[in-house]
Each structure stands twice: as C-alpha cells, then as structure tokens.
Design a protein around this ligand. Structure first.
Ligand SMILES: *Cc1c(COP(=O)(O)O)cnc(C)c1O
Length: 416
C-alpha cells in the first residue's frame, strides 16, 4: 500500500481517535518531560563533553566516554553502578550475564512471572542442556505462574519462603505473552514481599521494553539488579547495538566479570567510536519512548473503534511499549503486517510472509523495516499465525511515522 492510497476514511478515523486520546497523550508527554529532565541533569552532573565521544581501540583501557556513561546510566536509573556496553550482543546476553551474577552453584533461580522470555530459557537450562548454562553449573530453577495475568503475590511469598532462592527473576514486560506488563509499583511490592521472607534473595529485573514508559524504574523501588537491550527503549533508536546492566556495585561488577572475564570486568572493552551514539540515544530515549507509546495507543484506539480487542486498551496506562491486538483471522494478520511493512522507511517494498520459525509450533509473521537490524524501538509487528490471531505491535521512532504505519496497516485490513 502506498501512503497516497490510505483512504480518507482511515485518516479521519485516526484524527477522531487522537481527539479521544488527548488526555492520554498529555500524560505521555508529561512522563517524557520528567524523564528528559532526569537524563539531562545526569549529563550535566557528569560534565559530558566532546572528548567523551572519542572512542578507544584494543583493550579499551581508560575509555572516558564509556566510564562516564556508566555513571550517568546509574544515576538515571537510581542505581549504584552500571555497565553499558556494545559488547553485549543483545538483551538476552545482558540479562543472562546479570542472572549469572546473582547465583552460586546449588542455589535456585525463582522466576516469578511464569516462564521467562523465550531466548533466556536455554541460558537458564530450562530447555536444552547447553554447555555453560546456569543448570550446567548446578544452579536450580523454579517458577511461579502468573494469576489472571498478574503477579500471584501469595504464591511468590510461599515459594520464596520455602525455597529461599539465591535470586528472583522478575520480567516487567508482557514479552510475547498474553498478560499485562507489571507496573514498577508492582515490582516494588514483589521486592518488599520477597525480602520480608527471604532477605538474602537478590531481585533481578528483566526491564526490556519498560525503560522510560513511566517515571520510576525497578532499581528505584527495591530491585538489586536490572538489565535490558540498547536496541529497545534506552538506546533511543540511535544506539547501534548493546545492552546494559545496572544495580548494586557488587552485582554489576560480577555481571561485568561474566561479560568479559573474572579479574577484568568492565575495565576493558573498547568502544570503537560508538560512544556518541549511546549518549545521543540515551538523551533521546525518553522522547522516543513517548513516540512509541503514542503510536501504540493510536493503534489500539483505531482497532477498538473497528471492534477488535486490544491489550492494553487505548486509554490504559502502560508499563511497556508493546501493544497486543487480536485480529480474528490469519488474513487480517497478514494484511496488518503487510501494511506496517509498507509504511516503513526501510524495506517498504517487501511483503512479509508467514514462515516456520524455529522453536514455534506454528507459522510466525513479522513486519519490520528498521535502520538497525531487529531494533524493536522502531515500528514493527509480529505474531504467531494461530488462534487468537494476536499481533504484537511495538515501536515507532516518531509518532508521525508510527501513525502512517498504523494507518497503512488498517487500510490494508479494510481493503477487502
Ligand atoms: C527483547 C526481550 C529480551 C531480550 O531479547 P533480545 O532479542 O535478546 O534483545 C528479554 N526479555 C524481554 C521481556 C524482551 O522483550
């Protein structure tokens, strides 16, 4: 679908929905203002200057930009220390390094929001028996299921009291589950409840997709450690790759040992000229996340008007950038994804087709036309082609482009 082919009726629908979303959008803007101020104050406190953007090569000793960004990151997220590195190949790598930092052989990792994100399962050793997984090193695993899509606090307390886990893993985002995202306040309640019965348990949060959706972050409400990806929210659409771990000094240092090697940790790791992109990405991130949140809310409002079910609903507060929509048929899924693709700045001419993705029991369809490979802070949509025909929409670097993508997707659906 060419953008010029979006019918006036769909433009009008978008405009009507925006009128309905005025109050929501104002709240999103207010969150972006608060977070931008926090980021800017940290930049100023640590005296960011041009030399911070010069990179190192080789061992990467004394990389002023890298070390200053770590301090800024810790300040922004209300933590003691952080490592922000292009050496983390993705979010899974950063999260797995953080989990390894929390546990000794013989201890148990307790996941409290059901099964963790797919890609972490092999690293933990829930699926497969990979050499070097947590299970390989004698770390046990247990999980508490969610209840009606929320944290089951009594069951979490019971399990924490009985198992006395070395670490509790909390996943903030819905990921690709049909539950809602945890609010940071709810994460705080989990921290308090677990520490009450098992004070030595470390709380580690998978914060992917959650950063800057609100004004609080898990490390401000009791989480000991937290990790995420730079090609999602906190990279602001600018960071070319990487991940971060932030939290208590001791745990972050241990995670750095896992990223590089014991004894070296975060002291090495050349930045190869990427520092400016990480700084600029963090600077833009509160704004970029607001763009993605507005795109998600608009998509929900338009589909609700057309009679489709959405999660969260258009006007609900959000704690991650994922929008789930239930499109009722495989044909609608294909059309929606085709429209998102055709509205992208990159690869707009390709047609997404369902394919048998490894690890799935059905075909999966994906639409993404991103500047950075796999960056899901950029507009993208995907879902397993089976009932209930769920599509997960996320991202949008600018609201204006996100709006066009959503309009193209809905135009394709209506063009039967
Ligand atoms: C994206 C994501 C991850 C990590 O995924 P990568 O693709 O490795 O960056 C982990 N947990 C959640 C909830 C995520 O959304």
């Amino acid at each position: 679908m060419r953008l010029s082919e979006i019918p006036k009726s769909v433009e009008d629908l978008a405009t009507d929905c925006e009128a309905r979303l005025v109050a929501r959008f104002a709240e999103i803007d207010e969150t972006a203002r608060t977070n931008t101020r926090r980021v800017l104050e940290a930049f100023q406190e640590f005296r960011v200057s041009d030399p911070c953007f010069a990179g190192t090569t080789g061992y990467g000793y004394d990389d002023m930009g890298r070390d200053t960004l770590d301090k800024i990151w810790a300040r922004v997220f209300g933590a003691e220390e952080a490592i922000v590195r292009i050496g983390f190949v993705n979010g899974t790598h950063a999260i797995a390094s953080a989990i390894f930092a929390c546990l000794r052989p013989g201890e148990t990792l307790l996941s409290v929001m059901g099964a963790p994100y797919d890609t972490l399962r092999t690293a933990i050793g829930i699926s497969g028996d990979a050499f070097g997984s947590l299970a390989f090193y004698g770390i046990k695993y247990a999980q508490v299921e969610t209840k009606d899509g929320s944290a089951d606090l009594p069951a979490i307390i019971e399990a924490a009291d009985r198992i006395r886990p070395g670490a509790v893993l909390v996943q903030r985002s819905r990921g690709y589950d049909s539950r809602r995202a945890l609010t940071v306040e709810e994460i705080g309640e989990i921290c308090t409840a677990v520490k009450e019965v098992s004070p030595d348990t470390v709380i580690m949060v998978d914060n992917c997709y959650g950063e800057f959706t609100g004004t609080l972050e898990p490390t401000m409400v009791g989480a000991d450690l937290m990790a995420g990806s730079l090609i999602k929210n906190p990279g602001g659409g600018i960071a070319p790759t990487g991940g971060y771990v932030t939290g208590s000094k001791e745990l972050v240092e241990r995670a750095a040992f896992r990223l590089t090697v014991p004894g070296i940790g975060g002291e090495c790791g050349s930045t190869l000229g990427n520092n400016r992109l990480l700084y600029q990405g963090l600077f833009l991130a509160p704004h970029t996340v607001a763009q993605a949140l507005k795109t998600a809310a608009l998509c929900a409002a338009m589909l609700e008007t057309l009679g489709y079910k959405t999660e969260p609903a258009a006007e609900e507060p959000r704690s991650d950038i994922i929008q789930t929509v239930y499109l009722e048929s495989a044909d609608n899924m294909s059309r929606f994804c085709r429209g998102i693709q055709s509205g992208s700045p990159v690869d707009s001419y390709v047609t997404p087709e369902p394919w048998q993705m490894p690890g799935y029991d059905c075909e999966v369809i994906m639409a993404a036309g991103a500047f950075i490979q796999g960056a899901s802070i950029e507009l993208s949509a995907d879902g397993p082609v089976r009932e209930p025909y769920m599509v997960f929409l996320q991202g949008g670097l600018t609201y204006e482009s996100g709006r066009l993508g959503v309009m193209a997707a809905i135009s394709e659906m209506l063009d039967k």
